[in-house]
Design a protein around this ligand. Structure first.
Ligand code: ASP
Length: 610
């Protein structure tokens, strides 16, 4: 640090025994004050650490000032580094062998009593934390999350730079790039009645950069999506957006695998379950784990027993198979003896929240199956059920019989329920895997139409192109997701680079040529100029950091997140704007949000000069 800096010549984390005898100057916050044995001790904290400062009464003026110090006051202290007296060392602090004898003290700013303790990691109401985020970020855990995030992003940049990727910024004010969410819109003052859309991702721009010949692009990009605030979502999140020309799925997966392996192994204590990361097709992931975001750290794999029970006397099972559904189950060991109440209450509820009508169960005992429904199955059927599920003596067998999506969802959730209840997964391990071969489209039940499973720019598998018009739901896309411990970390695809194929995909989802031209004209035109084959991916940075730091949600790894209700508590946004601003933007509100119910806005005098 600059020796002439008036506030500090040294950071508060770096002093060691070797510095004893030096004069130093430190600046930071009063972390803690202790008055002890006629002395005042201050733990002075800055970004780098904590150093103990000792004030002696023989330096009367400085001592008096030290006695006035309170938590979070901002101070600068000059003094000599001394060794702590034997027995007073603090082995938990890197600076714990030394202290600084204060010769002078400058109080740079006082502080009101903070709304929560900075120096201790105690649970604090999250709204309060978000309202005073700048204080929350002073806390050690949050500071370390943000610093770690910085290092991960730097690692990404260095890794990609070394492989000749170019970092290019793409616009925030642009036209819509759909990724399955609503757009955030920005009214265009210069074009009354028209709007920019904030990007749901840089998808179109990165593809255009491939047409432009940059070959390898990346960006630490903000993606803005106006989604319903279910679960752990944020209106804006950050992606490592990347794209390559003349590439293959294998090349993209290999690159990301190397990047992630480096981050995990060089920067965390975690171990990777299996390398290279296992690759499962979407169908395999659903079959075995009931989810396209499988947690592969533990077994409890789902097995299809439809064939075994198709002709059984248990009508719930045979009926489900006969009506085109399936019967699948898992065998769970280590549960001991469960009460009927617990199975039919808590455990069945897990399956029911996923839409299952019920949960059937039996227990493997004395070589056969026991339980209320066991009597419906012949000895051979019982043996075949045990065998199919790989059940050991004492295991519980749980079954769901329904339409496939319900069966998958409910057994998938049950797996996770038992993972947590039985502690089956090790948090120190990252079960990273690829899920590939997703269907290109899915059926939107509510709207009664086909829509892209991921986004509309994905290339179908070569061999499925012919199915586009006839059986679109059977078309497999060149799509891939990276998953860790049940969380999706990245999503990408090989893209369509030919205008004719792009239009065929648009047609399937009901975007005719005219609409396509209006909404995606630039892409379609660009593809006519020798667009190279290309593909890419976009790992979510917030999610990755959350998983690597074992955080419960992404807000813990973002400096300034919104609340779950999509509000910025600190800046108090969103908020109303003045009548003049609205006028400038040519916007008339249908009903002023602050107007009493039923008031006609047009009838109210405006705030302007009217
Ligand atoms: N644009 C995609 C997304 O945001 C990622 C990609 O396909 O590269 O999910």
């Amino acid at each position: 640090m600059d020796p002439k800096n008036p506030y500090r010549t040294q950071d508060a984390g770096g002093l060691r025994k070797a510095n004893v005898g030096e004069t130093t100057r430190l600046a930071g916050w009063v972390h803690r004050r202790r008055d002890h044995g006629g002395l005042v001790f201050i733990d002075l904290r800055d970004r780098w650490g904590i150093t103990q400062i000792t004030f002696h009464p023989d330096n009367a003026e400085v001592f008096a000032a030290a006695e006035s110090l309170r938590p979070e006051w901002s101070i600068s202290v000059t003094g000599e580094v001394t060794a702590r007296p034997p027995g007073n060392e603090n082995s938990e602090l890197p600076t714990g062998e030394i202290e600084v004898q204060a010769a002078s003290l400058a109080i740079l700013n006082t502080s009101e009593t903070p709304p929560f303790e900075i120096e201790r990691d105690r649970p604090v109401d999250e709204t309060l934390r978000l309202r005073y985020r700048y204080l929350d970020l002073r806390r050690e855990k949050m500071r370390d999350n943000i610093l770690f995030r910085h290092r991960v992003v730097k690692h990404m940049r260095d890794f990609l730079d070394a492989r000749e990727f170019v970092e290019i910024e793409t616009p925030l004010l642009t036209a819509s790039t759909p990724e399955g969410a609503r757009d955030y819109l920005v009214p265009a003052r210069l074009y009354p009645g028209q709007f920019y859309a904030l990007p749901q991702s840089p998808q179109q721009f990165k593809q255009l950069l491939m047409v432009a010949g940059f070959e390898r692009y990346f960006q630490i990009a903000r993606a803005l999506r106006d989604e319903d605030q279910r679960g752990d979502r944020q209106p804006e999140h950050t992606q490592l957006d990347l794209e390559m020309s003349y590439t293959t799925q294998d090349e993209v997966l290999g690159l990301v695998e190397e990047l992630f392996t480096g981050i995990v192994e060089d920067m965390t204590e975690k171990t990777i379950l299996e390398k290279p990361f296992p690759r499962l097709t979407y169908a395999e992931a659903m079959d075995s784990y009931g989810s396209d975001k499988p947690d592969i750290r533990f077994g409890l794999e789902i097995k299809d027993v439809s064939d075994v029970v198709a002709d059984s006397e248990f009508k719930v099972f045979s009926g489900a198979v006969a009506s085109g559904g399936s019967v699948r189950g898992i065998a769970v060991g280590g549960l001991g003896d469960l009460s009927r109440g617990r199975i039919e209450g808590e455990i069945t509820d897990v399956a029911k929240t996923a839409g299952a009508r019920g949960l059937a169960y039996m227990k493997a005992e004395e070589g056969s199956l026991k339980g209320p429904i066991a009597k419906f199955f012949s000895d051979e059927e019982q043996a075949a059920l045990r065998e199919s599920l790989g059940a050991e003596e004492g295991d519980y067998l749980f079954f769901v019989a329904d339409k496939d999506p319900v069966v998958f969802e409910s057994l998938g959730r049950l797996r996770l329920h038992f993972r947590d209840a039985l502690g089956l997964a090790d948090d120190g391990v990252l079960g990273l895997c690829w899920v590939t071969d997703f269907p290109l489209f899915e059926w939107n039940e509510d709207e009664g139409r086909v829509e892209p499973m991921h986004h509309m720019f994905t290339m179908p598998r070569e061999e499925d192109l012919a199915l586009l018009e006839t059986e679109p739901l059977k078309v497999i896309g060149q799509l891939y997701d990276l998953v860790a411990n049940g969380t999706e970390l990245a999503s990408g695809s090989i893209r369509i680079h030919r205008p004719d194929i792009q239009q065929r995909v648009f047609d399937v989802i009901g975007i005719g040529a005219e609409e396509a031209e209006r909404r995606f004209g630039a892409m379609l035109t660009a593809f006519r100029y020798g667009a190279p084959p290309h593909g890419g991916i976009a790992p979510g940075i917030d999610r990755l950091i959350m998983v690597l730091r074992d955080q419960p949600n992404i807000r813990e790894v973002m400096a300034f997140p919104k609340t779950q209700a999509a509000r910025d508590e600190m800046m108090d946004a969103p908020g109303p704007v003045s009548e003049d601003q609205l006028k400038e933007l040519h916007i008339a509100l249908r009903r002023r949000p602050d107007a009493p119910q039923g008031t006609d806005p047009a009838a109210r005098p405006s705030e302007g000069n009217n």
